[in-house]
Write a protein that binds this ligand. Structure first.
Ligand SMILES: [Zn+2]
Length: 130
């Protein structure tokens, strides 16, 4: 075999040309990369963990306590971030509710709004089997 750069004959299996020093592209196999170890606090949450925590957070008082505690726990940052995003979603819902009632109060249509709520509650109740 000849060096592709200078054309000098080179021995099979050598890494560099002895004449010009060109890299002949024959490198020893790279050492296997070390296994990636994810620190415990970055461990991903499975889909069931997200569903489970969502259900826990929707429990009236207990859920609220878990929401506060999990927002500050540092043992799993994915859970903490999900909990904080849950706060953001709650905040958006509260703002939308406040806007709805604010606009209704400002435009003097609060009675109509309450009527809509009452009607939907009655509808929901009449749909129940008891
Ligand atoms: Zn060469």
């Amino acid at each position: 075999m000849n060096c592709p750069v200078c054309g000098a004959p080179v021995k099979e299996g050598t890494a560099f040309c002895e004449s010009c020093g060109a890299n002949l592209g024959i490198s020893k196999r790279a050492a296997a990369p070390a296994a990636i170890v994810i620190p415990k606090e970055y461990k991903p949450l499975g889909p069931w963990a997200y569903i489970g925590w969502s259900l826990v957070y929707s429990i009236p008082i207990v859920g609220f306590i878990f929401l506060i505690v999990n927002s500050f726990r540092k043992d799993n940052l994915n859970r903490r971030n999900y909990t904080r995003s849950y706060w953001c979603a709650l905040l958006i819902v509260l703002i939308l509710l406040a806007l709805t009632f604010g606009i209704a109060a400002a435009t003097g249509s609060m009675d109509e709004l309450m009527q809509i709520f009452e009607n939907s509650f009655e509808q929901a109740q009449s749909g129940l089997p008891y």
